[in-house]
Design a protein around this ligand. Structure first.
Ligand SMILES: *[C@@H]1O[C@H](CO)[C@@H](O)[C@H](O)[C@H]1NC(C)=O
Ligand SMILES: *[C@@H]1O[C@H](CO)[C@@H](O)[C@H](O)[C@H]1NC(C)=O
Length: 406
């Protein structure tokens, strides 16, 4: 950690601590002790994170009353198969995709039988508007609801999307997405790119599983691009959280830390780095599993967390979301994806390639009838396409404020 970073953290901490009463600080320490389980090894990541290797059976998921007696599944009973595109043939083409890892791997690994957990710092909690909000989306959060009569409401909450989506009955979703480092104008804004698996109505009972990458200064204290997950079973109200910041997701993998920085990042007009995410439902147990990259099965969301998603997902979305707080009366300059519009294409725009769904026969296949949605196409836009190398693909993103998006 360089000195300027340390002093920045200190300043952040001092500013934050003045806005908290000492009672809150006491609560924050208690919350910290609940979240951070005793590690058997810790690894200091070059970005300042500490990654704790925590015994699988000690992870915070098992603090949840309903998961106290949960029998942990060490592998899925089922793994969906289907069309696998020939990645090697694409590598030799001019379109180059490199594989990427997480930054903390530079300084060590977690042993078998443990999971890597990003340690929560006191200043992480103190940055949240309240201890109870730490790690959660605020309840004003919205998913894009393409057919909603409530578009005004979506617009008012300041969340903007550029997504492709399908509706029906789904048992999983997959895609490979390139990774960028969008600029964020205000610390309370964020920019994320992810897959959404949604169930239920868009009212108070929405069930959602989300996974992708995000830049969120408020959540992490920096502008790094991080791999993340989210879930809720009541439309972002009382249940759910990012990563492992509440009981819910059960991790079994010792390679990938939720919330950790990914590196390297795609360069405009340069190398493109992408990650693959697959989420699918185990037809026997009903749990929703997640895989990162080619072979990293990370863990699962137990079926018991959900209501609608206990059966199937009714909508899948792929794309980006940003918060536009319009703090200076203009549209935010916070970027989505690469910060460039879909028209610019490969090497410049952000993409999802090999977009697939898991159908009723538990096979991976390209989605039919893919639609798109964006609140303000002049700020952030989305386009879909199909070809032999990429299957179904999506270009999405944009710069936010520009002459056509004042
Ligand atoms: C994040 O980036 C913004 C500019 O985009 C900058 O003003 C801010 O200081 C950065 N925050 C941190 C914690 O580095
Ligand atoms: C959202 O608000 C912006 C700015 O007020 C407006 O231009 C746009 O049409 C709205 N979008 C939707 C989908 O209502």
């Amino acid at each position: 950690m360089d000195v300027s970073l340390i002093s920045r953290f200190t300043v952040l901490f001092l500013v934050a601590s003045f806005s908290f009463t000492s009672g809150n600080k006491f609560e924050a320490v208690k919350h910290l002790n609940r979240l951070n389980k005793p590690p058997i090894k810790s690894i200091k990541s070059p970005d300042g994170d500490i990654i704790d290797c925590v015994r699988i059976s000690h992870q915070s998921a098992f603090d949840h009353p309903s998961l106290k007696n949960h029998k942990i599944q060490m592998r899925p009973n089922f793994h969906p198969e289907g069309m696998d595109l020939n990645y090697e043939s694409m590598k030799v083409s001019s379109e180059n995709h490199e594989t990427i890892t997480q930054l903390w791997h530079l300084n060590g690994n977690c042993p078998e039988g443990t999971i890597p957990v990003r340690r929560t710092k006191k200043e992480d909690i103190l940055r949240a508007s309240s201890i109870n909000n730490y790690g959660k989306k605020n309840s004003l959060s919205t998913v894009a609801h393409p057919n909603s009569v409530d578009l005004d409401l979506i617009n008012q909450s300041g969340h903007q999307h550029a997504i492709a989506y399908v509706e029906g009955e789904f048992y999983g979703a997959k895609a490979t997405m390139n990774v960028w480092d969008p600029q964020i104008q205000q610390p309370n804004e964020f920019s994320l790119s992810q897959i959404w698996l949604l169930g239920g109505s868009f009212a108070s009972d929405l069930n959602s599983i989300e996974a992708g990458w995000q830049v969120s200064p408020d959540l992490y204290g920096d502008n790094n691009t991080r791999f993340f997950t989210y879930w809720t079973s009541d439309a972002y109200q009382a249940t759910g959280c990012y990563n492992l910041l509440c009981s819910g997701f059960i991790q079994i993998n010792n390679q990938i830390a939720l919330g950790a920085s990914i590196s390297p990042i795609s360069k405009y007009h340069g190398s493109q780095y992408d990650i693959s995410i697959l989420v699918w439902k185990d037809p026997e147990q009903g749990n929703w599993w997640m895989q990162f990259g080619k072979g990293n099965v990370l863990g699962y969301w137990p079926a018991s967390l959900f209501s609608y998603l206990t059966d199937s997902a009714s909508m899948i979305q792929w794309g980006g979301e940003v918060v536009n707080s319009a703090s200076d009366g203009q549209h935010t300059t916070t970027q989505m994806g690469s910060g460039h519009f879909p028209e610019e294409g490969f090497g410049k725009s952000s993409y999802f390639r090999n977009v697939q769904i898991v159908d009723g026969s538990n096979s991976l296949r390209a989605p039919k009838d893919i639609d798109t949605f964006t609140e303000q196409p002049n700020c952030y836009d989305v386009q879909t396409g199909k070809n032999d190398g990429w299957g179904s693909y999506i270009y999405y993103g944009g710069p936010g404020r520009n002459p056509n998006c004042p």
